[in-house]
Each structure stands twice: as C-alpha cells, then as structure tokens.
Write a protein that binds this ligand. Structure first.
Ligand SMILES: *Cc1c(COP(=O)(O)O)cnc(C)c1O
Length: 403
C-alpha cells in the first residue's frame, strides 16, 4: 500500500485536475456522449428469483450492487467513485444534502455512553444537532477549540470520535490535522473532518490520516446554487460501519442531483482558482478601508494558522469574512442592504457573489469571537471592478468617519 502520509497534498493537485475531467466517464460504445447518461431507478429487475437472491446476498455482505434505487444508481455510483479517488478514501455514501452527511457520521460512530469532541468552529446546524440530539441518546459531547493541544487535553477513554471542520465556518480556524490524528490513534478515537471548504480538491483529510471526510456538494462541487447533495467518504477502517448505517437510515439522493454535481466537478479546479483570485482583489480593497478591523481568510499571511494552510492545503477559494470597526451593527446591515451585486443569502460556492451578516454572539462557545460586527462574503465571477464599485458605493451608508 502506498504511504500517503509522506506525500504532500499540493503535489496531488496536477493529478486531481486531470481526474476531474477524465474520471467518472465510463467507456461506452462510440460514438457516445461525453457525459454519462442519467440513470433513474427505484426498482431493478432480475431475470430469476435466484438472481435476485444473489443480489440481495451480495448487498447484505456490504457489496455495492444495483438492488434498489435507494442505494443509488449508476449515476450516483460514478460520483461516489470520483469522490473516493479525489479524497484518497475507500468508499463513499451520498446523502440528500450536506447536513444529512454530517449527521450520518454522528449516527454511525457513536453509541450511548460514548463521548465526542466537536470543534467549536463547526457549521451552525451541526452544532445544533450535537447539542439537541446527542444528549437525548446518552452521548456526551464537548465543544473544543480547534488547536491540537486543546483537543489532546480533552481526550478521555470514552472519546470515540473527534469531529472537526477545517477551516471552521465563518472564522476559518485551522487544525493541525496530522497531529490530531496521531493523538486520536493513540487513544483509539476516529477523526472526521467536514471538508466542504476544501471541496475534495484543496484539502484531503483522509490523505492526512483522518478516517472520514464530509462534503456538502451543494457548495463548490455543484457550484451553481441549484442543487443540494452531501457525501461521506471513509477510509477502509471506517467504511463498513458507514456503509451499514447509510443502509439502515436510507441515506439516498436523486440521480439528477448526482449528475449535476458530476457536471459541476468538471470545472471545480478552474472555478476555485477564479473564486480565490476574485476574493484576493476584494480582500485587498477591504484591507485599505478604515472600517475594516480584520479580514478572516486562511491564505493571508497574518492568519494565525497560515502555516498550516501553507503546509496542508493546495489552494484557496472565494469565501472570507470581514470584521468591522468604528461602525454600528445597524450601519453594517445598511451597508449590506446597499449592495446591488452581492446577494443576501445563505450557502456559498455558486457563481455569484454573496454577503451574509453573521450573528457574532452565536458563532463560538469556547473560542474567541470577533468583537465587531461581521459579514461573510463569497466572491463570485462578476467583473471585479464592478464588485469593488458596488462596495465603494455602499460605504456611503457607513458615515463620514468610516470612509
Ligand atoms: C453548507 C454546509 C453544510 C451543509 O450542507 P447542505 O448541503 O446545505 O445541507 C455542511 N457543512 C458546511 C461546512 C457547510 O458550509
């Protein structure tokens, strides 16, 4: 088996770019369309009762077979395989949305009496699931700051899972994942990472030793704000349990949605590069404004975890947050309202620019929160001069002192 730990993820990049174009394209009799057909099915027909029994036996043994559409169709299987290859995993299961992928991981690996450490920087709805659902099932959780020392200090014998998001939602804190993995291994705990930001291309947690990588394909993978889909990719050790739980709870997605994600993946690499370039220009503008207290973006040299980003990531994307100073939250809301090209909305990863005013008080429990009002921006593909003109024009509502 190749030793993936010695390989730098950055060096994988060239290979991944080719994989995005040539992967998930089955050999069909030529001439054939470039893209695979969309396969739709609930029922799969078998020639004989014995054939059907054979399919069911193989399915019960954990094999991926066409037995019933809930388990997936050829379209979904192609997407699973491509994500497994990109992430360096063993198997993948698709879900109706990213959040369903997140919660599937907790359901799979935790039982009453277990304990889970959850990064304080996780996606808000995941935090809600953890705090509302887990205690009712006798599972203890602790929200932890995402640096390796904090995590090491909180680990107990009952800790079965360390669940992180890297970078964290909204403030983009990073974790020294290889260190966390070695701490977890010594303790017999699994490590799961929400890799939505890294999009299976910029970051590969499993290649760094994690057991599970979770993706909201709704974001950059699909890339066009028109589909919801999630995926859990597992290494060989974590795979059988995940595969079984996905069967038990009926984790599933529509073939059309899997197809849209496959189509999005073809251009993922170029889109991410362009999102990052656009974000860079907007961040440069924000950093010159007197009302900017701080820009949160891991690719910036002054990001506290920048060294980890340089070591473990092969690139960046279009998502960043701006903390304001010297202006009131009401003025910041008026600033966002005054923007014409930035849509006001949740989610991100589409072709369009977005702005979202964040509820700073609810962002973190044990780690530090920004002092001033915070807006998360997503840099889309509009002409960057137009975006900057839009931002400049909106500053009129911030008052003289902030201009
Ligand atoms: C959006 C998001 C999710 C949830 O994805 P949906 O497809 O919207 O359910 C999970 N994790 C992160 C980090 C996200 O940004």
């Amino acid at each position: 088996m190749p030793n993936n730990k010695k390989k730098k993820p950055g060096r994988e990049r060239g290979k991944s770019w080719t994989l995005l174009v040539h992967g998930a394209r089955p050999a069909l009799e030529q001439p054939a369309p470039v893209n695979p057909p969309i396969s739709r099915a609930s029922t799969y027909l078998h020639r004989t009762v014995a054939d059907m029994r054979d399919t069911e036996r193989r399915r019960a043994a954990g094999e991926r077979v066409k037995a019933y559409g809930r388990r997936g169709t050829d379209t979904g299987f192609l997407l699973e395989d491509l994500l497994v290859e990109l992430e360096g995993g063993h198997g993948a299961r698709l879900t109706s949305c990213g959040l369903a992928a997140n919660t599937l991981v907790f359901q799979t690996y935790l039982r009453p009496g277990d304990r889970v450490l959850v990064g304080d920087s996780v996606y808000g709805p995941v935090r809600k699931f953890v705090t509302k659902y887990l205690p009712a099932f006798g599972i203890a959780y602790e929200l932890v700051a995402t640096n390796a020392d904090e995590i090491a200090a909180k680990l107990t014998r009952e800790t079965k899972l360390i669940y992180l998001e890297c970078p964290g939602s909204t403030l983009f804190e990073l974790t020294d994942l290889p260190r966390v993995v070695s701490i977890a291994r010594a303790n017999g705990a699994l490590v799961a990472v929400d890799n939505t930001w890294g999009s299976a291309l910029l970051y590969n947690p499993i290649r760094l030793g994690a057991d599970i990588s979770i993706l909201s394909a709704t974001k950059y993978l699909a890339g066009h704000s028109d589909v919801l889909l999630g995926a859990v990719v597992a290494n060989e050790h974590a795979w059988p349990a995940l595969n079984e739980m996905a069967e038990l709870v009926g984790a599933s997605c529509a073939s059309e949605d899997a197809y849209l994600v496959l189509r999005g993946l073809r251009t993922l690499a170029v889109r991410l590069n362009e999102h990052a370039r656009q974000a860079g220009a907007l961040i440069e503008w924000f950093r010159k404004q007197p009302f900017t207290a701080k820009v949160y973006y891991p690719a910036l040299a002054d990001h506290p975890d920048h060294a980890i980003w340089k070591r473990d990531f092969s690139g960046s994307c279009g998502l960043f947050s701006v903390e304001f100073t010297g202006v009131t939250p009401t003025q910041v809301e008026a600033f966002v309202d005054a923007l014409e090209l930035f849509g006001i909305g949740s989610s991100w990863g589409g072709f369009e620019s977005l702005a979202r005013v964040e509820d700073v008080a609810s962002l973190r429990t044990v780690s530090s929160r920004p002092a001033g009002p915070l807006v998360r921006f997503h840099a889309g593909f509009e002409a960057v001069d137009d975006l900057i003109r839009d931002l400049e024009s909106a500053t009129r509502v911030l008052g003289e002192g902030a201009r």
